[in-house]
Design a protein around this ligand. Structure first.
Ligand SMILES: Cc1cc2nc3c(=O)[nH]c(=O)nc-3n(C[C@H](O)[C@H](O)[C@H](O)COP(=O)(O)OP(=O)(O)OC[C@H]3O[C@@H](n4cnc5c(N)ncnc54)[C@H](O)[C@@H]3O)c2cc1C
Length: 504
């Protein structure tokens, strides 16, 4: 413990009181690393259970891969924007319900294309011709073929080898490629890297998929209320000993506590920019290495007027999934003239190499292909006002006489605070890697979307893992203190905690 550092005293085992009023008990302490949904859920839970909690967050904002931006004058989400499973079974439902936040449902339970129904798409080829709706429905049958583990891309080729009659030509082929493109967006990875065996292992909660019309920020702010959160604290080392943990941040200051909850993204763990002393066990290091993390980004275009059809999604079909793309029409859900271009996998990596201006131009070019009359977003001669919004997002306002477009570009793959968008199953790797990532190591507990076997890559998955890590941590720390009986359960009685069975 660095006694010079005043703020570090916060995590000394200062006297604190249990929920049941035993005033002489020293309160156990926990350091939560990462202020995204998982970290904040864990911190909130332990704080409410009278633990001393400090959250160390590397960015200058909370929320992580949930990031609502207000620079257009209304909220838009650069990270997560859907609640997957709009119903009471969603662990976030009580909180979202209590806040009275509206959702716009983009699909019901039986959606074919993840978070959208086929009826809500408008598909176009590169010449701007609209694809007939019945063709879109027929090509879905091909997804139902199955085989031993291989990539989804390979599996589809095999289906065509075995059943040449299913092979599609012309527009049908392009629509199939577009299906793959949508799948690549869901997994944030290319079809030739997604595991056929595992791709549908994740559990979908009932209730369909709903867009958070006012953005996710109010939920994050509610979770964070009253917590001791240290922004700009990038953790670089975690030392664990039998009686506690010591965490060092970039500027050299240290924090000690009984335990730590590690809720940083999988991409950050993969990069080894956090040193563990002693090293994590081999099985944990292997899980970190083997689980995939993909890239999906958003290029958000704000127009002055709506000139596109009144569908939820505009799709561009093409010869290969790489050339296909789609725009989410936020106008449907929010009333604002905004289209969100969402490249994933290799396309997202390639666009990530471009300047933000070039990326926005690229997205607009795709739009222009399918809607030749699309209003020009800006003229190259126009003045540019460049403003740094936060470390990794740039807002560029492009002006002529009036502002005609604004755009925001996310960089989840290259941002050192995320190094990827979300986890996915790679070919040949077992699905239990998520569970291996979650299992605690002594007094280190792990949370985050990539530790959720059932709901990886989602906000509610991240949130649930935060609750679980908090409960594991609470039990372990209180057992060590011999005080398990004096604290109330960390979660309120309505929260359902599954029984944990592991064989590590
Ligand atoms: C483009 C995109 C779209 C998405 N769409 C959806 C959607 O519609 N619906 C949905 O449910 N999910 C969606 N997701 C996934 C969802 O956003 C994530 O699963 C979820 O937000 C992850 O939460 P987390 O707490 O696990 O991680 P994060 O939110 O990434 O939190 C981790 C935190 O750790 C911090 N950190 C990193 N390194 C350090 C360090 N060394 N020291 C201290 N702190 C550190 C980070 O800054 C971050 O705040 C989307 C994700 C992306 C990128």
């Amino acid at each position: 413990m660095d006694s010079q550092n005043k703020r570090n005293r916060q995590v000394q085992r200062a006297p604190c009181f249990s929920n049941v009023g035993r005033r002489n008990a020293a309160s156990p302490s926990v350091i939560v690393i990462g202020g995204g949904f998982a970290g904040l859920a864990a911190a909130r839970t332990l704080y409410d259970a009278s633990f001393q909690v400090v959250v160390l967050e590397s960015r200058d904002r909370i929320g992580g891969r949930v990031h609502t931006d207000y620079s257009f004058g209304f909220p838009v989400d650069l990270g997560a924007s859907w609640l997957h499973g709009v119903g009471n079974e969603n662990p976030l439902a009580p909180l979202i319900g209590k806040l009275g936040l509206p959702l716009y449902r983009t699909s019901g339970d039986n959606s074919v294309l993840y978070d959208h129904d086929l009826e809500s798409y408008g598909l176009f080829d590169m010449e701007g011709n609209q694809v007939p709706q019945d063709l879109v429905s027929k090509t879905d049958l091909i997804r139902k073929e199955n085989s031993e583990d291989m990539s989804i891309g390979r599996a589809i080729s095999m289906v065509f080898e075995r059943r040449p009659d299913l092979r599609l030509n012309g527009l049908g082929h392009k629509v199939l490629q577009w299906y793959l493109c949508r799948m690549e967006g869901w997994f944030a990875a290319d079809a030739d890297t997604i595991s056929l065996k595992c791709w549908d292992q994740e559990e979908l909660l009932p209730g369909g998929h709903g867009l958070m019309v006012r953005g996710y920020k109010p939920v994050i702010n509610t979770l964070a209320k009253g917590l001791d959160i240290r922004l700009g604290h990038r953790v670089i080392e975690i030392v664990r000993r039998y009686n506690g943990v010591k965490v060092t941040v970039e500027d050299g200051s240290t924090f000690v506590a009984d335990a730590a909850i590690i809720a940083v993204p999988l991409g950050v763990l993969k990069s080894n920019c956090i040193k563990f002393e002693p090293r994590l066990p081999e099985w944990k290091e292997a899980a970190i290495k083997e689980l995939g993390v993909g890239i999906e980004n958003k290029i958000i275009l704000h127009f002055q007027d709506v000139f596109w059809p009144n569908v939820e999604f505009l799709g561009v079909v093409a010869e290969s999934s790489y050339e296909c793309s789609y725009f989410l029409n936020l106008h449907k859900a929010t009333g604002h003239p905004v289209l969100v271009y969402m490249p994933a996998g290799q396309l997202a990596r390639d666009i990530g190499e471009l300047s933000d201006e070039a990326a926005a131009n690229f997205a607009f070019t795709q739009l222009k292909r399918i809607l030749p009359n699309a209003t020009a977003p800006y003229h190259p001669a126009n003045k540019l006002f460049v403003m740094r919004v936060d470390c990794f997002f740039f807002k560029i306002l492009v002006a002529d006489s009036l502002f005609s477009i604004q755009y925001l570009v996310s960089h989840w793959g290259s941002d050192i605070n995320s190094l990827g968008s979300y986890s996915y199953d790679t070919v040949g790797m077992p699905h239990d890697l998520y569970e291996k990532l979650r299992i605690p190591v002594d007094n280190l507990f792990f949370a985050g979307e990539a530790t959720s076997a059932d709901y990886p890559g989602s906000v509610h998955g991240a949130y649930s893992t935060g609750l679980l890590a908090a409960e594991d941590c609470r039990m372990r720390v209180l057992e060590r203190h011999g005080e398990l009986d004096i604290f109330q359960p960390a979660m309120d009685e309505e929260t359902l905690i599954p029984i944990l069975i592991s064989r590590m």
